[in-house]
Design a protein around this ligand. Structure first.
Ligand code: CP
Length: 304
């Protein structure tokens, strides 16, 4: 029985297969409407979420299945001191598949070893968020039709932004991807990503603090929120939170077919005026999240 903890659990062939299935679901939703009849998904969210939890639940419902779970740890027996292992072992008696978000890095790995059903990491601390990466890949594929030969700007909190780490992992498998890493000096990509992925694989990357300077080169601009919940002190957060605010003025030198992405939620990183620009893809990205999670549920439940 397989689980999905990290994007590196999936081969490139498996990622391509999930994207193909998601595109087929988009084109032929009726074909999939009863594929998970009689199956149950449990969503165990020990940390807040809008998109990930609700898209998982919508995904299972659109596959004809049912959903159980909790959206905050305080309403579960975790509040009485129950361990994550005991919680997932229990839930595995009621559900066919589990999607779990937890603030502690590594919690989904431990959980997956203690349940008999497939477990999907729906975000663990500042570590990994593999289904956001699959969402991002589907969005890029639908917008650009390829993963090769693209320049991807990653902007904002590249230190704590788990979606950025997983996306670098995934895109680094494809040919001629150039990463432009745009962040304040305090929020640069962790050294292990530079060393273990980019340098090791000989992937081209540029590090800068200036979004304006690199804007004309970008095919994709992936904006991120400064992760308030991961800061140790409020003063640093307040100083850094508005480092990059994308507005129409900053887009003046951007490519006409730039694809602007954001995993959301946004706080101030993208002005609402940008929402009307045809290059704004972040709400299409939200919708892609539901379809790719449908494809993933089918895959992990081995539904043909
Ligand atoms: N993108 C994302 O993970 O959003 P939520 O925190 O709302 O689930």
């Amino acid at each position: 029985m397989r689980s999905l903890i990290d994007i590196i659990d999936l081969s490139t062939k498996e990622i391509d297969g999930l994207i193909e299935t998601a595109n087929d679901i988009i084109d032929n939703p009726a074909k999939y409407s009863e594929k998970c009849k009689g199956k149950k998904l449990a969503t165990l969210f020990f940390e807040s979420s809008t998109r990930t939890r609700l898209s998982f639940e919508a995904a299972m419902m659109e596959l004809g299945g049912n959903v159980i779970g909790f959206s905050n740890a305080g309403s579960s027996s975790a509040a009485k001191g129950e361990s994550v292992s005991d919680t997932v072992r229990t839930v595995g008696c009621y559900a066919d598949i589990i999607a779990m978000r937890h603030p502690k890095e590594g919690a989904p790995t431990i959980a997956s070893m203690n349940t008999a059903v497939p477990l999907i990491n729906a975000g663990d601390g500042g570590h990994n968020h593999p289904t956001q990466t699959l969402t991002d890949l589907l969005t890029i594929h639908r917008e650009k039709g390829r993963f090769d030969n693209i320049t991807v700007g990653l902007c904002g909190d590249l230190k704590f932004g788990r979606t950025v780490h997983s996306l670098i992992h995934a895109l680094s498998r494809y040919k001629n991807v150039h990463f432009v890493l745009i962040s304040p000096e305090e929020l640069t990509v962790p050294e292990y990503i530079i060393h273990d992925i980019l340098d090791k694989k000989g992937i081209k990357y540029t590090v800068t603090t200036s979004l304006e300077e690199v804007m004309p080169e970008l095919d994709i601009l992936y904006m991120t929120r400064v992760q308030k919940e991961r800061f140790f002190n409020e003063t640093d957060y307040v100083r850094l939170k508005d480092s990059y605010i994308l507005n129409m003025e900053k887009l003046q030198n951007a490519k006409k077919d730039l694809c602007i992405m954001h995993p959301l939620p946004r706080v101030n990183e993208i002005s609402i005026q940008v929402d009307k620009d045809p290059r704004a893809c972040y709400f299409d990205q939200v919708l892609c999240g539901k379809y790719i999670r449908m494809a993933l549920i089918l895959n992990l439940l081995e539904v043909k």
